[in-house]
Design a protein around this ligand. Structure first.
Ligand SMILES: Cc1ncc(C[n+]2csc(CCOP(=O)(O)OP(=O)(O)O)c2C)c(N)n1
Ligand SMILES: [Mg+2]
Length: 423
């Protein structure tokens, strides 16, 4: 028998380990990125069979061109009032993020996550969905709640885990839950919301209801098994669901290559499951709106699910616990070839003669004051500086309708130990 340790005359194998294009200190040039032309991608019928849509996951649906003009068949032709409402929701999301980021730096909360640069992906989707369609978000979709006009004061109380927090301090800051806004509780376990959304959509179809579901994951999270089982179920049962992948290029300090971006697009995952896949410019709110509307119409017509990759850029750190200067070039944000979603919609409205710099400035000022006032009201109900607002004794409550014996026992033990420790 041949000695397995004997030197082989075959060429040595080499393991490929992805490496991002740019690291701290590198000059950034995105010239190799092909963004295509605004208006160039055809818009198929929403009832089209998935195998006739196979080129779409490799294209990039764009509506707004560099002059801020809306181009091509995906132009949703929205009226100026709707465009201004979307601009306002994106600007409010950004103002809210700014305020809460600073609140974390002031020690008022332990944690915050911004969605700067990605506002269009949730605000655009919220405007295209019906108000009662069910959303299964990740932690970076605060724009959904804001675009559904959910009170920002309620979101702030959740972040502060204060006496106004409906969730009684039992969720991490920013892990909102708002049944009345059709916003499913956020889970820190990545991608769990995907099978939940598909399950909701299947149930909705099985009951003959008319509500569809939509879910969002980051591109990094598509490497989770839950992403793939959700796609299988969605395909098999033709679930009325929109599966959004927010490709913001980074998963904390891992670049998108570690989730498979070097080999193909995230939208192209759809092909293997036999579902429709679209790839859109995620910084172009008109493209996001149009793609969501297309997918919603497809789902409502019982033609099945759609996977939408939103190509965007995480302009800031992953969270307040992150320092992106340690792993990526600071130049990336400024050189991003698809610009900024707020600036692009503003430019579009100005090009239409429906907006101007003075109005934009006044809106930003008004929103900053609104966020500050709501912030003061929320802070009056407690922040991290004030310690716990929710009594310890309630920690084991509200899990079951009737508290089972083992939780009762654990609660009593905790209270006895705290008493013994003099806390
Ligand atoms: C199952 C699981 N694995 C790992 C983590 C830790 N974690 C939290 S966020 C994150 C990165 C996710 O990146 P991505 O999916 O691209 O979303 P983004 O933060 O870019 O929006 C990781 C690894 C987690 N919360 N859950
Ligand atoms: Mg990401």
């Amino acid at each position: 028998m041949a000695d397995p340790r004997a030197p082989s005359n075959l060429p040595p194998l080499a393991l490929h380990v992805p490496e991002p294009q740019f690291r701290p200190g590198d000059a950034v040039d995105f010239a190799s990125f092909d963004r295509g032309e605004a208006g160039a991608v055809a818009r198929p019928d929403t009832a089209e069979k998935a195998d006739a849509l196979r080129t779409l996951p490799y294209a990039l649906i764009r509506v707004l061109d560099d002059e801020g003009k809306a181009q091509g068949p995906w132009n949703p032709r929205l009226d100026a009032d709707r465009l201004r409402a979307m601009l306002r929701h994106m600007a409010l999301t950004r103002a809210f993020d700014e305020r809460m980021y600073r609140a974390q730096r002031q020690g008022k909360t332990s944690f915050y996550m911004k969605c700067t640069g990605e506002e269009a992906t949730s605000v655009g989707a919220a405007h295209a969905l019906d108000h009662d369609d069910m959303c299964f978000p990740s932690y970076r979709q605060q724009g959904l709640l804001i675009a559904r006009d959910w009170p920002i004061g309620d979101m702030m109380c959740q972040i502060y885990s204060n006496s106004g927090d409906r969730l009684k301090g039992r969720q991490m800051p920013i892990m909102y839950s708002a049944r009345d806004a059709g916003f499913f509780s956020i889970s820190g376990n990545l991608a769990t919301q995907y099978p939940q959304a598909v399950g909701f959509a299947m149930a909705s179809a099985a009951k003959g209801d008319s509500r569809i579901a939509a879910s969002w994951v980051g591109e990094g999270s598509t490497a989770e098994g839950d992403f793939h089982s959700a796609c299988t179920f969605a395909s098999v049962y033709r679930a009325p669901v929109i599966l959004n992948v927010i490709n913001n290029q980074w998963a904390i300090s891992s670049f998108s290559g570690f989730a498979g971006a070097e080999a193909t697009t995230f939208a192209a995952r759809a092909i293997g499951y036999g579902i429709a896949g679209l790839r859109v410019d995620g910084n172009d709110i008109l493209a996001v709106y149009a793609a969501t509307l297309w997918a919603a119409e497809r789902a409502r017509g019982n033609h099945g699910p759609t996977l939408i990759e939103h190509f965007t850029y995480r302009a800031e750190g992953h969270s307040t616990s992150d320092d992106p200067s340690k792993y990526r070039s600071a130049e990336e944000r400024g050189k991003w070839p698809l610009g900024d979603p707020v600036a692009r919609l503003k430019q579009h409205l100005i090009a239409l003669g429906e907006w101007d710099d003075a109005r934009h400035e006044a809106m930003d000022k008004e929103l900053a004051e609104y966020v500050r006032d709501e912030g003061r009201k929320a802070e009056a109900l407690g922040t991290l500086h004030d310690g716990l607002s929710q009594p310890f004794t309630t920690m084991f409550e509200d899990i079951f309708e009737e508290q089972p014996w083992h939780l009762k026992e654990q609660s009593e033990q905790m209270q006895a130990e705290r008493k013994a420790a003099g806390i």
